[in-house]
Design a protein around this ligand. Sequence first.
Ligand code: OGA
Ligand code: NI
Length: 370
Amino acid sequence: MAITTDETKANDDDQVYQKGVKNLCENGVTKVPKKYILPEFDRADIVLQVDLTMPNLKLPVIDFSELQGPNRSEVLKSLTSACEKYGFFQVVNHGIPNNVISSMIDVSARFFELPIEVRSKYVSSDLTAPVRYGTSFNQNKDRVFCWRDFLKLVCHPSQDVLVHWPSYPTDMRRLAVTYAKEIKNLFVMLMEAILESLGLWGATMNKTEEVEKLIKQFQDGSQQMVVNCYPPCPEPHLTLGMPPHSDYGFLTLLLQDDVEGLQIQYKEKWVAVQPLASSFVVNVGDHLEIFSNGKYRSVLHRVLVNPAKSRISVASLHSLPFNSMVSPSPSLINKANPRRYKETDFACFLEYISSFEPKRKNFLESRKLL
Ligand code: OGA
Ligand code: NI
């Protein structure tokens, strides 16, 4: 049977969409193509103005420098309440130099300015590839595409992966490695505090073998950086930069430029996270929800797009080493608080996302015991 012109056009269009939204914009798109238009139901709650019923919702701010001083126990309490109530907080005074942060944003933006032919060299359908350029959320599975292009960089083990990272812009590897190391250290120190906030060690209790082992595993654990680029969108009420999802690791540390876009689910509403200069947005991932046996929550979040401005963010996702099992901490389970999750590892997550359209919290739901 001969292919009809309509089908040929649809196939051609699909090939263009696979090249990403930045490319569409560079080619002068003025309307959101059908491929990106969410079903009515999924876009009913896209409100582009700040939600007037919740004007002042500010994420809890954790002053990292205070954690090292006499107020540590107060800060740990704020950390507990942030992880229970929001699953999110912002960290300030974290000690990572401003130039390391601004260089990471700057080189990320310059990567997406490279010609599409250069960026496309890193396209891969292998979910474990050390570097992967792509678009949407999962471009092999998504029926509706998202208004986002990304570059994923696996950061560990560095001696194996770095040679695969982009060689352009020529300073990308150097700047991204410096950033990756700094953010990893911050992650490990935050996890040390979070383990303390869960009561696993503290001022009156030395680190147990479990805690010592976990900290070593975090130092040597998996780390992936996702550089996200959200180009301006001509009809931002029709699509999303990222659909509602939760992150799989223990913590995600998110660096964003000064453009708003991230929203988190709070009391069944979407609330905007206002970017705070020189801070990181940190969120609890599925692995920490499982490890804490549900005490700390891995919360759904999504990204809106903007009619005027391009937005860059760099998410750094951290967990245990690739093959380690994550399960509820034995110290947090007892008769009153029975085990609520099955164990899981990274391989199990990858298998799940390659066989299902990743929607909402399916993976975490699949790990819940009845
Ligand atoms: C992510 C994410 C939010 C953002 O990369 O998992 O949720 O603002 N990013 O880019
Ligand atoms: Ni996320």
